[in-house]
Ligand binder design. Structure first.
Ligand code: HEM
Length: 352
């Protein structure tokens, strides 16, 4: 009875408002919009009426069918205008949530703890890659001031994205249980805000870095030998004392560069899809972008840990070049012999 009364009331409302909108000015934009809205409301009303009728005729059957259709992600009619508003349950969203918590979260935890632990173990067993002839004290120019600024803008923004991103992904398991609620709330809100606002710094510096440094990072045949002798970083067995040929960048650095180029692209594109609300993406695309963002970030985090280890502790004399722009001559000869020989023979070598 109540449903019928509501239906009569709505029908009456439509009867009264439609002629009024026409009377105002049928060709005006406002009248057109109102007409479109009313047509939509009528459509929703018709769909509701049909659903009510089906439920009244076959109460049990209709409920089962309705619920299983909703669970399978069936699309209905809604007056809301946003993409996917007609779907009550987003099946891909639920599946994406499972992939994220069952695969991405453990992978991210391994990328941090596992890679760091494995490298620490390797370092304890192997020790640092020392300069065979010690430091010469003669400093050779390797990076320009512009390159140094570029590297640190990209590195600091990227590390900030990694720390805040890891907190967004794993913080609720690692930090939330041990922090007071107010501190955790501030931390997670801060992480999200910083993650959003620092990303343009990373994107701009990453684009410039990839374009500017690409010519230095092309693979050559001699890079294969670098891989075979593990770059000359191993201090025992048949690898000990080996110093494979290397140009400006060695094969390991080239691999890092191209990983950063490829997975950086995935992270940047998927991040922009997630960040820009006006895109109003279908929910399936958003879920896919989120998973791609997570997977690419996990790979970048693992490689970054290796890169920082190599630059800071493994390669004696390596960090100096990215701080001052100059490297020790003996470091250049041991780690980048072909580049050093070329500079010498061309007369382009610059000492401090
Ligand atoms: C505390 C963190 C970091 C340190 C200490 C560090 C250190 C260094 C050093 C010393 C070099 C020069 C190696 C050479 O002259 O041959 C270098 C190069 C480079 N860094 Fe970093 N870096 C850090 C973080 C990052 C991050 C987060 C990224 C990526 C977003 C990055 C990307 C690169 C790239 C692409 C190169 C050039 C390729 C190479 O030489 O490996 N760095 N870094």
């Amino acid at each position: 009875m109540l449903i019928q009364q509501i239906r009569h009331l709505l029908a009456l409302l439509l009867l009264v408002t439609v002629p009024m909108a026409y009377a105002a000015d049928p060709s005006s934009e406002q009248a057109q919009q109102e007409m479109a809205l009313m047509a939509q409301q009528q459509q929703v009303l018709a769909a509701q009426q049909q659903a009510i009728q089906t439920l009244q005729q076959h109460p049990q059957l209709a409920e089962v069918e309705l619920w299983s259709a909703i669970k399978n992600g069936d699309q209905g009619v809604s007056a809301a205008q946003t993409t996917g508003a007609g779907k009550l349950i987003n099946v891909v969203g639920n599946e994406g949530k499972i992939v994220r918590s069952e695969y991405m979260m453990p992978a991210a935890a391994f990328a941090v703890v596992g890679v760091f632990g494995l490298f620490l173990l390797f370092f304890l067993v192997n020790g640092p890659a020392k300069l065979a002839h010690g430091f010469s004290g003669k400093m050779v120019e390797r990076w320009s001031q512009a390159d140094i600024w570029l590297h640190w803008f990209m590195a600091i923004s990227c590390l900030t994205l990694m720390f805040t991103g890891l907190n967004i992904l794993l913080g609720r398991f690692v930090l939330q249980p041990i922090l007071p609620a107010s501190v955790w709330a501030a931390l997670i809100y801060g992480s999200k805000t910083i993650h959003d606002w620092i990303s343009p710094v990373f994107i701009v510096s990453w684009v410039i870095c990839i374009l500017k440094w690409m010519p230095l990072q092309l693979f050559k045949m001699y890079d294969l030998k670098w891989f075979v002798s593990v770059g000359g970083y191993i201090n025992f067995g048949p690898f000990k004392g080996k110093h494979p040929d290397s140009g400006f960048a060695n094969a390991g650095e080239k691999m890092w560069f191209w990983t950063l180029a490829l997975f950086g692209l995935v992270v940047v594109v998927s991040g922009l899809l997630l960040l820009l609300p006006r895109l109003d993406l279908p929910r399936d695309v958003s879920v896919f972008a989120l998973l791609a963002h997570d997977a690419a970030a996990v790979i970048l985090i693992a490689f970054t840990i290796v890169h920082v280890w190599m630059a800071t502790v493994l390669s004696e004399g390596g960090l100096e070049s990215m701080v001052t722009g100059y490297c020790d001559e003996n470091w250049a000869i041991q780690h980048h012999n072909l580049w050093y020989d070329e500079l010498k023979s061309d007369g382009r070598i610059k000492y401090k």
